[in-house]
Design a protein around this ligand. Structure first.
Ligand code: FES
Ligand SMILES: [Fe+2]
Length: 358
């Protein structure tokens, strides 16, 4: 399985001037996706929640990641936990959606788990000799906190996140992402390969196309550039057209953390969360990140939601079209432009995940 992926990414160039787009197999081959689950998603730090969305004791949020049904909780001590939400009895997800609860009670046979995953009660199980309550906790997943996000690492082997993205934290210091709260979430089923979403997010070359009447007017695509990048992150700077507009940046922590921030005294942000990913699509949750006073205003939030949705609506036909094209037999990868340095960095990250089996 990793061989299919290693082959798909083997052609990623070491230098940008001769870099090409990814080949068809990277988007169309289910075996490549299987390998990505194991080598890209399970090994990485994946964002699972915003801390501010779990502010209350007992707050929980279900999230489906890389084939893993998870739940993020906040316990009475204020500690965050990322747990498997697959019941230790016969596998029913113990919870769906988000909310606030004292415990997580599986709806099937009412086994009840604490917010830290420990099994607190299991009706009628005292007669089972195989039953050991302490051995039936919901498995805990490795977690990290950074920039107001909670991250999970499924295989528990990833090196600590913060040191790997230290320059990014420095670049975002004036924005202070951790101070932004979730004003609203837009959820959209998105029928294109997850990498097309990452790629669309990480280049502004296409401002001249789908966004000709919007972003191209405020932040021209041909003036954008990769401001910094490392093995695990990249930042795309989007200078304004003139002094009547402001700069913004987009950034990624590979593979899945996609963020957008405006700059200035009242920064606005967006987190593109890709959930329930298959090789043909995913659920996109667009989290609108704002200052708390902004989020408290329904009018301002509605206005921001409209603005973000208008831009995303311009991207949908591009992503849908690219999905049709890159999965067709006629597709042959073309050269990347100098404006697509962040894509090339993403591709190199992917290649590195399969390097040992190449
Ligand atoms: S499957 Fe959860 S209690 Fe039986
Ligand atoms: Fe776009």
């Amino acid at each position: 399985m990793p061989d299919a992926a290693a082959r798909a990414y083997a052609g990623v160039s070491d230098t940008l001037p001769d870099a090409l787009a990814l080949p068809r197999q990277a988007f169309a081959d289910p075996a490549v996706f299987e390998a990505e689950q194991a080598r890209v998603f399970r090994t990485g730090w994946l964002p699972v929640a915003r801390e501010s969305a779990l502010a209350e004791t007992g707050a929980y949020r279900s999230v489906d990641l890389a084939g893993a049904p998870l739940v993020v909780t906040r316990d009475a001590q204020g500690e965050f936990h990322v747990l498997s939400r697959v019941c230790r009895h016969r596998g029913m997800p113990v919870v769906e959606g988000s909310g606030v609860a004292k415990a997580l009670t599986c709806p099937y046979h009412l086994w009840r788990y604490g917010l830290d995953g420990r099994l607190a009660a299991a009706p009628g199980m005292e007669r089972s000799e195989a039953f050991d309550r302490d051995a039936c906790a919901l498995p805990a997943i490795a977690t990290a906190r950074w920039g107001g996000w909670i991250f999970a690492n499924l295989d528990g082997q990833a090196p600590p996140l913060a040191p790997q993205v230290a320059p990014l934290a420095e670049r975002l210091a004036s924005i202070d992402p951790a101070s932004l709260v979730t004003a609203d979430i837009i959820s959209l089923e998105s029928p294109w390969n997850w990498k097309l979403m990452v790629e669309n997010f990480l280049e502004s070359y296409h401002h001249i196309g789908p966004h000709a009447g919007t972003l191209q007017q405020s932040n021209p695509g041909l003036g954008t550039y990769e401001g910094m990048g490392g093995d695990l992150f990249t930042v795309l700077e989007n200078p304004p057209a003139d002094e009547t507009h402001g700069p913004f940046l987009v950034a990624a922590i590979f593979p899945l953390t996609l963020m957008f921030f405006t700059e200035g005294p009242e920064p606005l942000g967006v987190w593109y969360e890709l959930e329930a990913i298959t090789h043909q699509g995913f659920r996109l949750n667009i989290h609108l990140l704002t200052r708390p006073d902004f989020a408290a205003s329904p009018e301002m939030t509605a206005y921001y939601r409209e603005q973000v949705m208008a831009i995303h609506a311009e991207d949908i036909p591009a992503c849908e079209g690219a999905q049709r094209g890159v999965t067709s037999r006629l597709y042959a990868p073309g050269p990347l432009s100098h404006l697509e340095a962040c894509l090339w960095r993403f591709h190199r990250f992917l290649k590195s995940r399969f390097a040992e089996t190449a």
